[in-house]
Structure formats: C-alpha cells, structure tokens
Design a protein around this ligand. Structure first.
Ligand code: ATR
Length: 285
C-alpha cells in the first residue's frame, strides 16, 4: 500500500474549459453531508494532454474522475474497461479504478431517467410516443433511456438530418427523423416532449415551439437547466402541462461516480437542489 492509496480519496472533473462546472459543488455537498474525508477538484486538460493525464491519473492521487467536454469521446480509447452503455453512447463521463483497471461508464442515461422518475413519478407508465428535439450526444442518451423504458415511437427533430439518420441507424426504426417543419404534425400524438438542443440556454437563441397541438396530458422536459425555467417550460406551464427541468439530470448522473470513489451512495435531496438553484440564479443575475 502506498501513501497515495491510504490518504483520503480524491476525484476530479476533467474538461477544457472546466471552470464553469458545477460538479465540485455537488460532490463537495455529499462529502460534507456524509462526513467523508475526500476531495473533488477541477482539472483543465487540453485535448493533446489527455492521454498523458489519464495514464498518470492514479499517480496524481485520483481514485477516479468525471469527464466533460471535449473529452467524453476520446476517453473511451484510454480506459481499460468500457461499459456497454458508454460504448452505445460513444462517450463516457465517469472513470474509476477497480482491481487495478480503469473503468469508464456513461451515467447520462441513468441521470435522465432518475430525474424523470423523481420529478414525474409514473411518467413512463403509458410510454408510447416521445418527441425529442436535437440529435447530439445528449439526445443519444435520452433516446437510449426512452427505448429502455418501452417508448415505441420517437420523433427525432433536428436541423442537421445526417445526425438524426445516424441515431436512427444506431437505435432502429422506432426513431423517426424529421425536420422542424414536421414538429406540428408530430405533437398531437406525443406523450413526452424533450428538448436536448442548446436552444433556450442562457446566451443561446430561444427555442420557439407552439405547444398548442400537444395533448393536455403531455409531459414537457428540458434538459437545459440554465436558466432553470426555460422558455419551453414557461410555455408548457402556461399551457397547463406538467414539466420537469434539467437540473435533476446533472444531480442524478453524479451519483454512480461518487459511489465508486467514496464508497457510499449519496441522495439527491431538496437541500442539494436548493444550493444549485441558488447558484444558477446568482449566475443569471
Ligand atoms: P450535446 O452533445 O450536448 O447534445 P451537441 O452535440 O452540440 O451537444 O448538440 C446540440 C444540438 O442542438 C444539436 O441537435 C443541434 O442541431 P444540429 O445537429 O442541427 O446542429 C442543436 N442546435 C444548436 N443550435 C441550434 C440552432 N440554432 N437551431 C437548431 N438546432 C440547434
């Protein structure tokens, strides 16, 4: 046993840039809440330095890490063991050592599903038809989760058709790619509408969708959480629809990493949520 292994466990988030990440706030809250000795820091690593950084992760004293933009794809090729979910996503966000090997997983799917389970219990009881806006990495996790929960039709609305066709090729005929001009026609049969684009995020163009054609029982979810109440969610509430914001996805995707690194499974509580909400509001002000 080396001194490194015997000292309090340390984890980090690896990104470039990484200063904006709220993950240290989440893990710091849990370490304190559970009275655990440990540390979670930010590591700004340039793409060209990533292989060397990962190779020396253990020597740097880390028991594991989160990985964010732009390293989520590259890190797959640097881990010893890649989970099936991470392989399906083509990206990983959580690393940990087990039996001397570096494992990589993608917890975005878990985060997406756990958030809806918590904020809209029974949301998948009828499953059926969902409409997903956007066809990037986040949409991939969302579609994977929706298919796992039994959704039979997923209208995939994206500007760049090539990206939605790639998701159809990956996930099969339940995924129905279409352009924004076909959204109106998709909405009347939609039980769940999910925004995975960056539209509506603070500093980005607004997301303008006429929600009138949605059924009164539809649920509207935005994975954007800055601002917490996006234009899409405001419009959905004004229309009397149930909504779920994206903050819980950030919180729930962090749970598996914490368990691997620090040996306890933390809870996503209203106290934790409130701290993040205050921070988001402060940043917006
Ligand atoms: P992530 O990995 O977080 O999903 P991403 O891969 O950059 O991020 O995807 C962003 C999504 O927002 C994409 O679906 C993108 O649409 P395109 O694939 O057509 O580029 C969508 N998006 C971003 N800006 C947009 C805009 N101005 N109009 C329409 N879609 C937009």
């Amino acid at each position: 046993m080396t001194d490194l292994v015997q000292s309090a466990p340390r984890a980090c988030i690896i990104g470039h840039p990484v200063a904006h990440s709220r993950s240290p706030m989440v893990h710091g809250f849990w370490l304190k809440e559970l009275s655990l000795a440990g540390d979670y820091t930010r590591e700004d690593v340039r793409p060209e330095d990533l292989p060397g950084f990962i190779a020396s992760l253990r020597e740097r004293g880390y028991v594991g890490a989160n990985v964010t933009v732009p390293h989520k794809e590259a890190v797959l090729g640097l881990a010893d063991v890649v989970s099936e979910t991470a392989r399906a996503m083509g990206a990983a966000n959580t690393l940990w050592f087990e039996d001397g090997l570096l494992h990589a997983d993608n917890t975005d799917v878990t985060g997406f599903l756990a958030n809806l389970d918590e904020r809209a219990p029974g949301w998948d009881r009828r499953a059926g038809t969902a409409t997903v806006l956007g066809a990037g990495g986040a949409a991939r996790a969302v579609i994977f989760g929706l298919l796992a929960r039994g959704f039979s039709t997923i209208h995939l609305v994206n500007r760049n058709e090539e990206r939605s066709l790639a998701l159809k090729a990956a996930f099969g005929p339940a995924v129905k790619p279409c352009g924004w001009d076909a959204l109106d026609a998709a909405l009347p049969a939609t039980n769940l509408l999910v925004n995975t684009t960056s539209l509506g995020m603070s500093g980005q163009p607004p997301l303008v969708v006429d929600l009138a054609p949605l059924p009164d029982t539809a649920l509207v979810h935005d994975i954007v959480y800055i601002p917490l109440t996006t234009g899409l969610l405001s419009a959905a509430r004004a229309r009397g629809l149930a909504t779920v914001d994206g903050l819980g996805m950030l919180l729930h995707q962090a749970v598996p990493g914490f368990s691997h690194w620090f040996g306890r499974t933390p809870a996503v509580t209203e106290d934790l949520r409130a701290i993040l909400v205050r921070d988001i509001e402060r940043a917006a002000a």
